[in-house]
Ligand binder design. Sequence first.
Ligand SMILES: Nc1ncnc2c1ncn2[C@@H]1O[C@H](COP(=O)(O)OP(=O)(O)OP(=O)(O)O)[C@@H](O)[C@H]1O
Ligand SMILES: [Mg+2]
Length: 342
Amino acid sequence: MRGDAARGGPSDGAFIELDRVEKVFDVRRRTGFLKRERRRVRAVDDLSFTVARGETVGYIGPNGAGKSTTIKMLTGILTPSGGRLRVAGIEPSRERTRLAQRIGVVFGQRTTLWWDLPLVDSYRLMHRMYRIPDARYRANLDRLVEHLDLGPLLDTPVRQLSLGQRMRGDIAAALLHDPEVLYLDEPTIGLDVISKARVRDFLRELRDERGTTVLLTTHDLQDIEQLCSRVMVIDHGRLMYDGPLAGLHEAGESERILVVDLDRELPPVDAPAPARVVKVEGPRQWLAFPSSVSAAPLVARIAAEYPLVDLSVREPDIEAVIARMYAGQGNRAASRPPTSIA
Ligand SMILES: Nc1ncnc2c1ncn2[C@@H]1O[C@H](COP(=O)(O)OP(=O)(O)OP(=O)(O)O)[C@@H](O)[C@H]1O
Ligand SMILES: [Mg+2]
């Protein structure tokens, strides 16, 4: 089904290319009666990377980092404020319709399906919208229904589907026209463990058997662990890390984070090595320490010496990995450290 001769991409193998891409939003905020404040939000800032055909890349970062903005530019929904962007040799915002034939998108937070129609009717509409040849449509639908276990759901209106069912429905919708690249913006958000596993299994198959290029945004480190060999970390619109999962995995596995709430804003606490403060935000401080070490002595020390109000211990997650990179531990962290992290 793939690989028509007419579908050539750039010859150098870079299927997605960003060169110094920027996206600035002008935001107007009401600050009082008849008072408005204008603010510029630099959602994506000097972002450059390439993704080769067939790669599955994790695209991660904290809330507001610029991930969804990047994906919207890659689909042509948003036009970059600066820089150069190409997908399959196409400039997305200029040739959005032509590009649509070659890409699939799933926004976990928002469905692309018709809310009031039975699932299968959405697929029929896509069949026509994308002008998918009948035989190919039927073959793809059969395959997707089987692999995503959608058979019993086809006649159910989308609004009656559970989140996990709806997500599987959305993934099928994104793939009916055989896109060469699939953007997944938090496809596992809100799913239970079993639904997550099912989605991951399917994506693994897609990658291995069909060679689809996948850009995956998620806050779930396990999604990345199970699907991606390469990870890009973005924060404040900038690329902070681009490399193999191994580096990130190691950093994420080896440390836990103690989050302490003090009764007021204080300079970073004096933590006994190897524990160290990786982030301060008001009265809250984050301390990283090796996973193999007990948190008890560290907690006791801070409780004895500081006005401790509350605490929690977090297992490694993406945010912790990122915090650790900022602390200068990540060997590929970009040169400019973000200013909001102490
Ligand atoms: N349409 C818009 N108008 C104004 N500001 C926007 C718009 N879309 C995004 N932003 C801002 O751009 C920044 C990046 O947002 P974006 O949605 O790309 O983050 P994200 O990395 O996807 O975060 P999350 O993990 O929460 O989904 C944020 O500061 C956000 O408030
Ligand atoms: Mg987002």
